[in-house]
Design a protein around this ligand. Structure first.
Ligand SMILES: O=C(O)CCC(=O)C(=O)O
Length: 309
């Protein structure tokens, strides 16, 4: 596919994330914002929106949403994911629209068991589950951007070293300190039209605050919490982000889907899955495998997609 952007996989390997500039036009971003508003209004009427602090959550994945299903199967998104993962892409319904502030704490999203256990399976072979974020507003000049800890997608030698020590309690205390400070923190300066990609093993935080005296620095959480609000660079507009993950048909993906099965919100998304025949066909023609755990799907959906049994 001919594109006007480059997928710098080397940057991803070294740093755990990439920012790809100018993938979508400003008209397309405005269209996405308008589709988000339409879906939110519809789901509010149906009483399906959940509120977490001042964040509005639609528990529906993107392929089931009018106007937003096109984004996942957009050639540019698939080209980006394919350039990184190199094999047939698998989509298992792990996507959402995030509206409003997300929590700003540092965390990883790979399976719970291995997040901070760097001897676990997720750290053994090249990790192959990526998250793509399309931030629909300016985070280069405004607050609210993604925080990333550079290089935190690689096993940490300190954590591996500390794992040799017992008793466990002492080890766990030091390990928790290492987690917080492992990898230099940055704010990803995405602008509307850009796409951000990171591994689920990369330590990240939503909603970084830029401060007027030093807007380029990602400040520690305690500073974000307690520094005067008058120092904050404001947000440009209501924060809206489209998130989606892709994997390939391998053990990392299967282990991640097993982890998703433990989350009631994802179970709910799978139960509500409503992908049209036309979209299933489009995914097939673009060589994307729609693969879902059988036990959560309606009998109608079971007929349409591939099943994890
Ligand atoms: O809201 C963001 O920018 C990041 C979201 C996040 O933390 C996540 O996807 O786990």
């Amino acid at each position: 596919m001919k594109t006007n952007f480059k997928v710098d996989t080397q940057h991803l390997e070294e740093n755990g994330y990439i920012l790809i500039k100018n993938v979508f036009t400003s008209e397309e971003i405005e269209q996405m914002r308008s589709s988000v508003a339409d879906n939110l209004a519809k789901q509010k009427i149906e009483n399906k929106v959940k509120y977490i602090q001042d964040r509005e959550c639609m528990e529906t994945e993107l392929l089931s949403m009018n106007g937003l299903s096109d984004v996942i199967l957009d050639d540019r998104i698939l080209y980006i994911a394919q350039s990184i993962l190199k094999e047939k892409l698998v989509y298992y319904g792990d996507s959402c629209v995030s509206i409003g502030h997300s929590l700003g704490a540092w965390h990883k999203d790979n399976r719970q068991k291995d997040r901070w256990n760097h001897s676990g399976f997720d750290w053994q072979e090249k990790y192959t589950v990526i998250r793509i974020g399309i931030y629909l507003q300016d985070h280069l000049n405004y607050s609210g951007g993604l925080g990333i800890r550079l290089g935190s997608h690689r096993p940490c030698k300190w954590i591996l070293f500390l794992e040799k020590f017992r008793p466990k309690k002492v080890f766990e205390y030091f390990r928790s300190l290492v987690y917080k400070y492992y990898g230099k923190p940055i704010i990803v300066g995405s602008e509307p039209g850009d796409v951000v990609v990171w591994y689920l093993t990369t330590t990240h935080a939503g909603h970084s605050i830029r401060f007027k005296p030093f807007p380029k620095l990602r400040m520690p959480r305690w500073f974000e919490k307690y520094a005067p609000k008058s120092w904050h660079v404001p947000e440009q507009k209501r924060r809206e982000v489209l998130f989606m993950t892709f994997g390939i048909n391998d053990d990392h993906m299967k282990r991640y889907v097993d982890h998703l099965k433990t989350k009631p919100s994802t179970q709910e998304i799978w139960k509500r899955l409503s992908i049209s025949e036309e979209i299933v066909e489009r995914a097939r023609s673009k060589n994307v495998d729609l693969l879902f755990p059988e036990e959560y799907l309606s009998s109608k959906m079971r007929q349409k997609v591939s099943l994890i049994r």
